[in-house]
Design a protein around this ligand. Structure first.
Ligand SMILES: Cc1ncc(COP(=O)(O)O)c(C=O)c1O
Length: 391
């Protein structure tokens, strides 16, 4: 297999879709015209994969991005695109769960994923049991007769615990359960989910795939076994992505390996610098020992990303806000994975039910493509404001 740089450059660029143009252009369509009634009838059916049928089923612009994501995930059958990461998570869950089923959901999950479990799934008669993200193979003890699926997020995008995916997958396979992984942080380039045995790998492509903070996009990549159900559920939900947004996703993808390297290198430099600051109690970066599961990170991941958090040694809400407000290069806003750095306050205690959050409030950083030295200078400004606020 070629190197990852080569793969992201070439993925999804089929010649019949590009016809000599380097990147598949934007094919906008709702209606597709047929030559005759016979051709129209022949074109119908559930499996319209890579065949123009009706705009909702996509055009080469969306197929190209979906195929590229499949090509980057060894062991995958195909990928469905969604208008956001949350839409991808909801569709993936709905494709495997039915009324009466139980879902095991990591306590470290992104809070809107919990929202789906507590809202949509609960209304459908699907129950959720939350589990300690560090549970590993002991998850076997939580499985009951109604348990159908296990949802993982590794590292947790708010608290960064690294889960033992192979141990959880081994239990799931032995008990006939489906595993779903929110792999938005690592992407298949840094964590090949399907090679580790995961059934459905979910990306908020809004983050690193797009990389430029200008588009909402999600994807689910599936094994052969689960593809038909995922595809049919997604068709029934009417999920479709605009070709313009898919094009932005493909454009971002071409530089993803390069960007991840830079995000990861700067994030590690800044995390190590933070570790030596007296203002900081702990740095929750998957590569560093403060972070639960860092040994699993070094075992399973081929590289890092730009998102991590740190815990302040003292002070409260006002001091933390003073630190973040004083930052100039870090914007204050949701999401992550873009070229620009971001900082937000995170209060994990509010989102825990299976485990108790024993650390204090956090500051989460998304490290962008600015120079690490400049970002460190900015954080120094932030700490000066934090110290001043403490009096
Ligand atoms: C880990 C994780 N998964 C999924 C999502 C949802 O993605 P989107 O914002 O595209 O709906 C996010 C968004 O922040 C996220 O952090």
């Amino acid at each position: 297999m070629s190197g990852e740089g080569t793969r992201v450059v070439r993925a999804g660029r089929r010649e019949e879709w590009t016809q000599g143009i380097v990147s598949p252009p934007v094919w906008r369509a709702s209606t597709i015209l047929y030559e005759s009634v016979a051709a129209l009838r022949a074109g119908s059916g559930r499996d319209t994969h890579h065949r123009l049928f009706y705009g909702r089923r996509g055009t080469p612009t969306q197929w190209s991005l979906a195929d590229a994501l499949t090509e980057l995930e060894p062991g995958a059958e195909a990928t469905f695109l969604y208008p956001s990461g949350v839409a991808a998570i909801a569709a993936a869950l709905l494709s495997v769960l039915s009324p009466g089923d139980e879902l095991l959901l990591t306590d470290s999950a992104y809070d809107p994923t919990r929202g789906i479990a507590e809202g949509l799934l609960k209304r459908m008669g699907i129950t959720t049991r939350y589990y300690d993200p560090m549970i590993g193979g002991e998850i076997a003890g939580l499985i009951g007769p109604a348990t159908r699926a296990i949802f993982l997020e590794s590292p947790g995008s708010l608290t960064f615990e690294v889960q033992d995916i192979p141990a959880i997958v081994a239990v799931a396979k032995a008990r006939g359960l489906v595993t779903l992984l929110d792999n938005s942080w690592a992407t298949p380039l840094r964590l090949p989910a399907m090679a580790l045995g995961v059934d459905l790998s979910i990306l908020a492509c809004t983050k690193y795939v797009s990389g430029h903070s200008d588009v909402m996009l999600g994807s689910v990549t599936s094994t052969t076994e689960h593809w038909a159900t995922l595809r049919d559920t997604s068709f029934q939900l009417g999920q479709t992505v605009s070709p313009d947004d898919a094009w932005l996703g493909s454009r971002g993808l071409r530089t993803m390996a390069l960007r991840l390297d830079r995000h990861a290198a700067s994030a590690l430099t800044i995390a190590r610098w933070l570790k030596d600051r007296t203002e900081v109690a702990a740095v929750l970066h998957p590569a560093l020992a403060d972070c639960p599961g860092s040994e699993i990170f070094h075992r399973d991941f081929s590289g890092g990303a730009g998102l991590f958090a740190f815990e302040l040694a003292a002070g409260g809400e006002a001091e933390r806000a003073a630190l973040i407000d004083a930052l100039d290069l870090f914007g204050i806003g949701y999401s992550w994975g873009g070229f620009e750095s971001l900082a937000i306050p995170v209060d994990p205690a509010r989102h825990r039910t299976a485990t108790r959050w024993t650390r204090g409030p956090l500051v989460r950083l998304s490290i962008g493509l600015e120079d690490a030295a400049d970002l460190i200078g900015d954080l120094e400004r932030g700490f000066a404001a934090w110290n001043a606020a403490r009096g």
